[in-house]
Design a protein around this ligand. Structure first.
Ligand code: HEC
Length: 169
């Protein structure tokens, strides 16, 4: 079933260590999505938006995660024309205020999620007093990742132990 593990079973500790490291790296990658969001923001959005430094081509995005719903933000980033076509009141007002629509940048859902978690992080740090909702938001976002990592680690340990035991028999 797991020929790879059988061949490694003599070195089961090594294989456990290697897989633990790989899965830790994967979880760090998820937890680091806010940092990735900053990179994506700098290269795709910073030309038109500041965060806390005033209006540029588009509005200052400081506090945007507090004044808008997450789903609305996803749509605004992914498909701003769609919101306008739907006559979404917030989108129509922005269009009127800024006299031009935002362009869809063709980012993937993961990239958009990373940008939003970056924006949320900034808003949360800025509003540490009112930020009660966002402080509960952060752990709940990472709990699934942590749980999955732990489950995978347990599964791998069991597989490696079983493989090791078979070899001894
Ligand atoms: C070419 C300039 C331009 C780029 C690049 C751009 N935007 Fe915009 N953005 C605008 C304009 C103009 C508006 C306001 C008009 C509108 O939404 O129709 C806007 C509006 C927004 C809003 C709504 C703000 C509010 O107050 O509700 C969000 C959120 C937003 N942009 C996020 C982003 C993100 C994230 C990126 C990068 C992935 C990005 N924008 C890239 C021009 C841009």
């Amino acid at each position: 079933m797991f020929p790879f593990f059988y061949s490694l079973s003599g070195k089961k500790n090594i294989s456990i260590t290697i897989f633990s490291i790989i899965f830790c790296l994967i979880s760090i990658e998820y937890v680091g999505s806010a940092e990735k969001g900053e990179e994506i923001f700098q290269s795709n959005c910073a030309g038109c938006h500041t965060i806390g430094k005033g209006t540029l081509v588009g509005p200052d995005l400081s506090g945007v995660t507090l004044r808008r719903e997450e789903n609305w933000l996803i749509r605004q980033i992914k498909d701003p024309d769609g919101l306008i076509a739907e006559k979404d009141p917030a989108a129509l007002k922005l269009l009127k205020d800024f006299n031009m629509p935002m362009v869809a940048l063709g980012l993937s859902d993961t990239e958009i999620a990373a940008i939003i978690s970056y924006l949320k992080n900034i808003d949360k740090n800025k509003n540490t007093d009112q930020g009660k909702t966002s402080t509960t938001d952060l752990p709940s976002r990472y709990i699934p990742t942590v749980l999955i990592s732990i489950l995978i680690l347990i599964a791998l340990t069991l597989i490696a132990l079983i493989a090791g035991r078979k070899k001894v028999k």
